[in-house]
Structures are given as C-alpha cells and as structure tokens.
Write a protein that binds this ligand. Sequence first.
Ligand code: TA6
Length: 286
Amino acid sequence: MIELKTFPNGFRYLEIHNPHAHAKIALQGAHLFEYKAKGKPALLWCSDKAHFESGKAIRGGIPVCFPWFGKHKDDATLPQHGFGRTQEWTLVSQEEQADGSTSISLQLTPNAHTLSLWPFKFEATMHFSVGERLDVALEVKNTDSKPFELGAALHTYFLVSNIDNVSLYGFKDKVYYETLNNTKEIQKSELIIDKEIDRVYMNPEKTIILQDDTRKTTIEQTGSNSTIVWNPWTEKSKQLADMNDEGYKTFVCIETANALEDVRVLQPLQVHRLQAVYVQEGIVKN
Ligand code: TA6
C-alpha cells in the first residue's frame, strides 16, 4: 500500500506498507527517511532534530547528492551536495510486485532554479524497491545536446547500536582521501571509527559489510568506484543544529557515490545508474 501523507506544515511524503517492510519517502529530494523490514531493526538513522521543511535537507535516511557531491568544484557558493535533495521530485511509477515488495520511482527534470545553478538538461530518476531488502538506484540521463560531468551519492545514514560496536569491511588495502586534512592514505585493516572521519575510499570492494555487534548489513554497490565514510564525532555533532550532541554515537554514513575522480561524463542520451542494495542479516540482540 502506498499513501501520500502531509505533515501539518505541508511537507509531503509517501508511506509504503507491504508484507515485508514499511518505509517513508519525502517527495522533496526523493528522500527515503525511514525503512524497517519485518523482524529486523530499523536500517536508517534519522535525527530527531531533522527538518521536514521545504528547502532544507533532512538529516538522516538517504539524502540524494546530485548533480555533484560535496562542495561544487568551481563555485563554493553553490549548495553543498547539489540541488537534488532540496527539489520536489514527481512520483512517476508505483507497483506492488508479486513477491510482496513495492517498486516506486520519482523523477526530477530541470526547472528555472536548477538551470540557474547547473545549465544542463537531464532526467534524474530515483528507483526504490522496498521489500525484505532495500534497493535504491539513481538513474541519470543526459537529455542535453552537450556532455556534462555527473557527481552523485546515496548519502545513507545507517543506524547502529553504538559506533564503538562497528567494524566496516571492504576497504582493506584501498586508497582513501581523508578530506579533514587533505591526505591520501591506504586502509590497512578493517575500518573502526574512534574519531571524526570524512573519507572518500577509491575502488572499494563491490560489497561493503557493516558489522554492528551481532548485526550485519551488506551493501552491494554498482555504478560506483568511490564510497564515502563519514562520522562527525563529538565536535561536529555539537556544531550541527539538526543533530543532537550525542548523535554521532548511533550512526555511520556509508555513501555509494561517484565522487572525486569517479565522477562520470555523460554524453547526450547516455544514462548512468548508481545503485546500492542493503541486506540486513545476523541475529538481532533483543
Ligand atoms: O558525506 C560527508 C559529507 O560531505 C561531510 O563533509 C559532511 O558535510 C556531510 O557530508 C553532511 O553534509 P550536509 O550538507 O548534509 O550537512
């Protein structure tokens, strides 16, 4: 079942219920901010100080960074992570599948605002499959007569029991850029997080494993050769108005992306698909 719901301030979102899971997707940003599969813990973290207001990105869930990741490389006055997450997307298809999952697609095409920021014609479509697993894909088509450079990320905030219980696998021996101090390093072992990190891992394994105590989530990535891992830790958590001071303790961002040298140049009519499939396994401790 798919229902269109509205917060008292007019902010609109879709609520999906099926035999396997339920989810919520804001029309603004095609931003999935809640997903819970039956019998499993919620997959995603969302700040209890998150804004659900027009024009403000939601702190949590899966923000869609499009058509660039991070700061714009030529103009720092342009919005961080592009405009995709603050524009209203249009529901273009919905289908209850025979396996009980729900498929939903939302689309963004240029308007005066986007053209003022980024002078290219495009068709961006977010595809979701909500079921026992969560499948998320950003598909971008160049509908212009000239090529453009595409940066993007599925900026996913994963809920964890405690950041101290977390180990990430799939980055060993991989090069990463630590953007906090502009260094280029190599990951020597599994990744544990005991301080602020803001890293772009290049050519990670196609399957990333988030181990959180006895819980394990796998992230199957396609269309991407760069994955960002971010945790703001104490000081940054305090600085973020839409995050509690202790917010950093219960999430880690693992972002399937096309960032830095992994940005893609799309020729006219070319399509690029950036996809992540999230599968929760393991024993859930009470
Ligand atoms: O993905 C990591 C990052 O680029 C960090 O630098 C931090 O800024 C984070 O994104 C959140 O960005 P936001 O614009 O949502 O506050």
